[in-house]
Design a protein around this ligand. Structure first.
Ligand SMILES: Nc1ncnc2c1ncn2[C@@H]1O[C@H](COP(=O)(O)OP(=O)(O)OP(=O)(O)O)[C@@H](O)[C@H]1O
Length: 480
């Protein structure tokens, strides 16, 4: 910490505070996120995930990582300061004045470019929302908060667990279906809609209504003054079947809106895109660099290469099996459960900006192979979840929590805590759950469009293997 002087606290997240600091030597301002490290070694690894994943992202539309270190019981991640604040604040500032189309397209194009960069590295962000998207002082978009991100380790993979914000969570999450890059596309669709209307697409007065609207993809149409391409894009980003949603690659290159978006790219993004398309995913050298950072600095155990993982930053693949039919409605189980639920109404769906992390296993798939989930629900039916939701304000759908489908604590986080008037704040605790990692039998393949191996992950894997023996005593880490 002696490298930085503290200027002010800028916010409090679920895990700790974010402070604005100044580097004593360069005078540059940075955000330093302090994350309280848990005592439990395995949870500690999870806490380091944000640093690990952010350190690997280098793109003009992603918050730049500077370094990470541990001091006492804190993990400190130093990153680029986005002085323009987050998009949610920006949207609220507008009150009722709509954004101009050029701003919407420019910002959205950059969001897509940043998110595509993440997907190109086989990483899912899983918590894309206006609160996690920042603006610099020159109006550049930066995707931030990689605390929920995970790695997909196969091109034919889908992630088994989920972390996200209910208002931004795709229908497949509620419906216990596989999810992949297209779930991030849905979340970005919500952000695009917010930019276009200043309202969230799925306004609801109860949890039940929110989930039903999401599962049906039912949202009020965009105002007519917006270009047809945007209306068309939103419609496609809100396709309830992820296979019908365009990937970010498609949106940027071959969708009806692509030309319009590309005409709104700032030149630096164009250059980066051009470079990216030449080099593809992380090349070997870049992979080695990340591996060096991770391996040499005792972050090895953060990795999922040692076998624990999905919820903790690594979304494991599952062998593809028999393809299921996609239902246009939420599963019967979800509907039945919701029908019986009397859910507290919300103050205002759009009035808070908050993160929620959930593992989304509230429903049961219908195929025989889903019996594993079914048995679990039989043993521990979701009534407990519903009784928690009953007490919960809908505004908590912006808050961080976790649903454990088989565990004692079915749902851990703000909903299981005393409800106060505040909708933000330090009590919004995120818990992790190792029990969520049972194998699943869902079979949707990912819509990642390229089949090539993600070589940086292989590189990191190799380095982990090499370094794991000599990092067992490293308490401090320093990524830079
Ligand atoms: N790079 C950044 N530049 C400017 N402000 C930031 C930056 N990163 C975070 N912030 C701000 O700091 C505050 C805390 O952010 P943080 O990511 O720690 O938690 P959060 O997003 O509020 O909650 P959660 O932990 O649930 O994600 C937020 O108000 C956020 O807008």
């Amino acid at each position: 910490m002696e490298t930085y002087s503290l200027l002010r606290v800028i916010g409090q997240g679920s895990f700790g505070r974010a402070v604005l600091v100044r580097c004593k030597s360069s005078e540059e301002k940075y955000v330093l996120k302090e994350i309280q490290l848990p005592k439990n070694q395995s949870k500690m690894e999870n806490s380091r995930r944000e640093a690990v994943l952010l350190s690997g992202m280098k793109h003009p539309n992603i918050v730049a990582f500077r370094e990470a270190f541990e001091a006492d019981d804190l993990l400190c991640i130093v990153m680029e300061y986005c002085s323009g604040g987050d998009l949610l604040q920006r949207i609220r500032q507008q009150k009722t004045a709509q954004f101009c189309v050029d701003d919407i397209l420019r910002w959205f194009a950059q969001m897509c470019a940043g998110a595509k960069h993440i997907h190109d590295k086989r990483v899912l962000h899983r918590d894309l929302k206006s609160k996690n998207i920042f603006l610099t002082d020159n109006g550049t978009i930066k995707l931030g908060d990689f605390g929920s991100a995970c790695i997909l380790n196969s091109s034919k993979a889908y992630a088994r667990t989920y972390v996200g914000t209910p208002y931004y969570v795709a229908p497949e999450i509620w419906d216990n279906k596989p999810y992949n890059n297209k779930s991030d596309v849905w979340s970005l669709g919500c952000v695009l809609y917010e930019l276009c209307t200043l309202r969230h697409p799925f306004q609801a007065s109860s949890w039940k209504s929110l989930i039903l609207k999401v599962c049906r993809g039912a949202y009020p149409p965009l105002p007519n003054h917006l270009p047809y391409e945007l209306q068309y894009l939103v419609k496609h980003m809100f396709k309830t079947n992820p296979k019908d949603r365009p990937s970010l690659h498609t949106i940027l290159t071959s969708h009806r809106v692509s030309k319009l978006l590309r005409s709104h790219f700032p030149s630096q993004v164009m250059e980066s895109e051009a470079q990216g398309s030449r080099t593809g995913r992380w090349n070997r050298e870049e992979g080695k660099e990340v591996a060096r950072l991770l391996g040499e600095k005792s972050l090895i155990k953060t990795s999922t290469f040692e076998g624990r993982e999905a919820s903790e930053g690594h979304c494991e693949s599952t062998e593809p099996g028999k393809r299921k039919q996609w239902a246009t409605e939420p599963s019967d189980t979800v509907l039945q459960v919701l029908a019986n639920a009397s859910l507290a109404s919300s103050d205002s769906a759009a009035s808070t900006g908050h993160t929620l992390a959930g593992s989304s296993r509230g429903s049961v798939s219908e195929d025989p192979e889903g019996s594993r989930q079914r048995r679990q629900w039989d043993r521990d039916p979701p009534e407990r979840l519903l009784s928690l939701l009953e007490k919960a304000q809908l505004s908590r759908a912006f808050s961080t929590f976790l649903i454990n489908k088989g565990g004692v604590d079915l749902l851990v986080g703000p909903l299981s805590e005393q409800q106060g008037d505040d909708t933000d704040g330090p009590e919004a605790e995120v818990a992790t759950d190792e029990d969520r990692l049972e194998p699943r039998s869902d079979d949707e393949d990912t819509d990642f469009e390229e089949e090539s191996q993600c070589d940086w992950i292989d590189e990191v894997g190799k380095m982990f293997a090499e370094h794991s023996s000599r990092n067992d005593c490293g308490h401090k880490l320093l990524l830079s």
